[in-house]
Design a protein around this ligand. Structure first.
Ligand code: WQD
Length: 342
C-alpha cells in the first residue's frame, strides 16, 4: 500500500488517480487544512476505486504514531502534506516551519520505527531562490530562500540527505516541482484554493468565471522580455505521472543512489502576461487585470533544465501551457456549476 500524505490536495489527488490507474492500493492522510474530503468521492468516480482516508494532522507526533500503528502494510510514502503558498509563508513563517518540518520529521520517525524504506518527497524549485544561471539543473546552487516556504523545502531536503547518509537501506527521491497548473481531463478534480487564491492560474480562472473582479499582476518591471515574472508551468497530470515513475523506481530498487533529486518542469519559462494570453486562447476570455508592485518573496525568473529527469526517469512533460489552462478553465466551470454549495 502507498501512503499519500496531503492526498486530498491538488497534486496529491491527481497522483492518487494515477496510482489507482497503476493498480496500487492507496491510503490518504490529510488534515484538510487546504482541501476538502469530497475529492475522495470524485477520485472514486474517475477510477472506480476509493482510497482509504484518515483525517490527521501529521505535525502532531502522537497522531502520526497512531496512523502508522494502524496501517502496518505501508510499502512506500509520497509526502505532499505541507503548506505551500510563497506569499502566505512570508506573513506566517512559524506556521510554515512548524507544519512543514514537523510533518516530515514525524513521518520519517515512523518510517524508521516501522522499517518503511521508500519515500518520494514533494520538493520545489523555490530551493533555487533567484538563480544566477538559467535553466536550473539539479546541481544548480541552492540559494538563500526568498521565502519561509522555500526555506522549509531546503531544510526538508537537508534532513532527507542527512538521513540517507546514515541509513543505506532508505531510498529517497526529492521531486522539485516548478509551477503545477491544470486539472484532470474529466474536470472532476483540480486546483481548489480555499479563500482568495495565492497562485496565478486559479486566480485567473476565478476572474474568468466572475468570482474575482480583476487579476493583479504583481510587477511589470522585472528584467524579462515583457517585464512580468517568468515561471515554468507544468501540467498537474504530467507531474503526477512522474510520481508513479519515482515510486516504481524505489519499489524496484532501480535508484542509483539512496538520495536522488529531480527537476519536474517543462523546461520552458512563461511570463505572467504570456499566461494571460494563453488563457485567452484556451478560453476565449480576455482577463481584466491591473498592475501593482512586486509581491514580497517573489523571484524574477526560473525555469527547469529537465534533462536529468527525462533521461534517468524516462519521464517528460507532454502538455502545453494552453492545454493546461483549458483543463484548469474546464475544472473551474465544472466545480462552480456542479460542486460548489452542493
Ligand atoms: C506565479 C507568478 C507571481 C498571483 C508556486 C507555488 C509554490 C511552488 C513554486 C511548488 C509570480 C504572479 C501570482 C497573482 C500574479 N510550487 N502572480 N498575480 O509564487 O511561483 O510559487 O510555485 O512547490 O508552491 O506557490 O506561484 O502562482 O503564486 O505566482 O501576478 O494574483 O504569478 O508574482 O510571478 P509561485 P504563483
Amino acid at each position: 500500500m502507498i501512503l499519500v500524505t496531503g492526498g486530498t490536495g491538488f497534486i496529491g489527488s491527481h497522483t492518487v488517480v494515477e496510482l489507482f490507474e497503476e493498480g496500487m492500493d492507496v491510503l490518504i492522510a490529510d488534515n484538510l487544512s487546504n482541501s476538502y474530503a469530497d475529492v475522495i468521492d470524485r477520485i472514486e468516480k474517475i477510477t472506480g476505486k476509493r482510497p482509504m482516508f484518515e483525517e490527521i494532522d501529521l505535525a502532531k507526533s502522537e497522531k502520526a504514531d497512531l496512523l502508522f500503528e494502524k496501517y502496518p502494510n505501508i510499502k512506500a510514502i509520497i509526502h505532499f502534506a505541507a503548506s505551500k503558498a510563497v506569499g502566505e509563508s512570508v506573513e506566517k513563517p512559524l506556521l510554515y516551519y512548524m507544519n512543514n518540518l514537523n510533518s516530515l520529521m514525524n513521518v520519517l520517525e515512523n518510517m524508521k520505527r516501522h522499517s518503511i524504506n521508500n519515500i518520494v518527497f514533494s520538493s520545489s524549485c523555490t530551493v533555487y531562490g533567484e538563480p544566477d544561471e538559467l535553466p536550473v539543473h539539479e546541481q544548480s546552487p541552492i540559494k538563500i530562500a526568498n521565502s519561509p516556504y522555500g526555506n522549509t523545502k531546503q531544510i526538508s531536503e537537508e534532513i532527507l540527505k542527512d538521513i540517507s547518509k546514515i541509513s543505506p537501506d532508505m531510498n529517497i527521491i526529492s521531486l522539485r516541482y516548478f509551477n503545477p497548473i491544470g486539472a484532470h481531463q474529466s474536470s472532476l478534480i483540480g486546483e481548489l484554493p480555499i479563500g482568495i487564491p495565492n497562485n496565478l492560474v486559479p486566480y485567473i480562472t476565478q476572474t474568468g468565471y466572475g468570482i474575482r473582479e480583476e487579476l493583479t499582476v504583481f510587477g511589470d518591471d522585472y528584467n524579462t522580455p515583457d517585464g512580468s515574472a517568468v515561471r515554468d508551468y507544468i501540467d498537474v497530470v504530467d507531474l503526477s505521472r512522474a510520481h508513479i515513475v519515482a515510486i516504481h523506481r524505489l519499489l524496484n530498487n532501480e535508484n542509483k543512489k539512496n538520495y536522488e533529486v529531480f527537476n519536474l518542469g517543462t523546461g520552458t519559462g512563461s511570463s505572467v502576461f504570456e499566461v494571460i494570453n494563453a488563457f485567452k486562447k484556451a478560453s476565449g476570455l480576455k482577463i481584466k487585470y491591473k498592475i501593482s508592485g512586486r509581491r514580497e518573496g517573489d523571484i524574477e525568473k526560473v525555469w527547469a533544465d529537465t534533462s536529468f529527469a527525462n533521461k534517468e526517469l524516462g519521464w517528460k512533460a507532454e502538455t502545453s501551457l494552453e492545454q493546461s489552462l483549458k483543463t484548469a478553465w474546464d475544472w473551474e466551470n465544472y466545480y462552480r456549476k456542479n460542486l460548489e454549495n452542493k
